[in-house]
Design a protein around this ligand. Structure first.
Ligand code: 9WO
Length: 255
């Protein structure tokens, strides 16, 4: 998959493909990243990419012309790509949006800086606006890197066998949260406290383990993200697992 990124800081975005799964994908050609710097599409001596906002106020706004030219140049090489502007005004990012993007022909990410970009760039050249959440960072680059990472690990062949098999059972992110994980040692002595691994995980009863994990996923979701459960009707066996979890939780937290 080819992803084009329009940014004043290509070296910052590049670092996403320098370690881990994304580095492997870039080395193998599964992921192809291309950068377009609006500064290379300026004509003045100072290579100006920003200017003062009409209407006054603090800060600077990225100018239309260099962004437009960078976008046109990128689109010429990646014509099927949808263009996405990363900003707090965007649609909240969900796993399904990453999945759709990884299935699609290409992607063109636009990372802004300063107080934002000239609205006419968005109106004329941007297909979608995505947000990571309700907070402001210094620019769209880190958000673009999150998107690149999230898409890359969904590309067929990006994860190893073990990882992708494991990923299967947790491709449910929008439905519910993950269960807890443990590895050796079996007991950790934290001062006078013995921190043990849940017994069921040690006994090798795979059906019991699956059931425990599913119950923990449902229970975790009920505790931490009840909004995710409001969106679905649980099948009968899941309802029973969650009811047991809730009863146990209430028994342990009686006042
Ligand atoms: C800066 C600013 C300063 C004073 C008052 C209001 C302000 N808003 C902004 C602002 O939103 N700046 C953005 C910086 C302009 C677009 C690129 N930047 C950005 C993207 N910050 N945060 C994101 C982002 C992207 C995706 N998901 C979450 C946040």
């Amino acid at each position: 998959m080819r992803i084009d990124v329009i940014t004043l800081f290509p070296e910052l975005v590049q670092s996403v493909a320098q370690s881990g799964v994304t580095a492997k994908a870039a080395e193998s050609g599964l992921l192809e990243l291309h950068y377009w710097n609006p500064r290379d599409y300026t004509n003045d001596k100072h290579r100006t990419v920003d200017d003062r906002p009409y209407g006054g106020g603090p800060g600077m706004v990225m100018k239309y012309e260099p962004l437009q030219q960078a976008l046109v140049a990128a689109k010429a090489q990646n014509p099927k790509a949808r263009s996405v502007y990363l900003s707090p005004q965007g649609k909240p990012l969900q796993q399904s949006m990453l999945q759709a993007a990884s299935d699609a022909g290409g992607l063109l990410l636009l990372a802004g800086r300063y107080e934002g970009i000239d609205q006419r760039v968005i109106d004329e050249h941007v297909d979608e606006e995505w947000s990571l959440g309700d907070y402001v960072i210094s620019g769209g680059e880190l958000a673009a890197m999150v998107v690149i990472d999230g898409i890359t690990r969904l590309l067929p062949g990006a994860l190893g066998h073990q990882e992708s098999a494991q990923q299967d059972s947790f491709s449910n992110v929008e439905k519910w949260l993950d269960c807890p994980h443990y590895t050796r040692p079996e007991v950790i002595n934290n001062h006078s406290n013995e921190l043990k691994v849940p017994e069921v995980l040690l006994q090798g009863n795979h059906q019991a383990i699956e059931e425990w994990r599913r119950q923990q996923m449902l229970g975790n979701t009920w505790l931490k993200r009840p909004d995710l459960l409001d969106k679905t009707t649980l099948k009968e066996s899941d309802r029973a697992l969650l009811d047991d979890f809730i009863n146990e939780y209430n028994n342990n937290n009686k006042t």
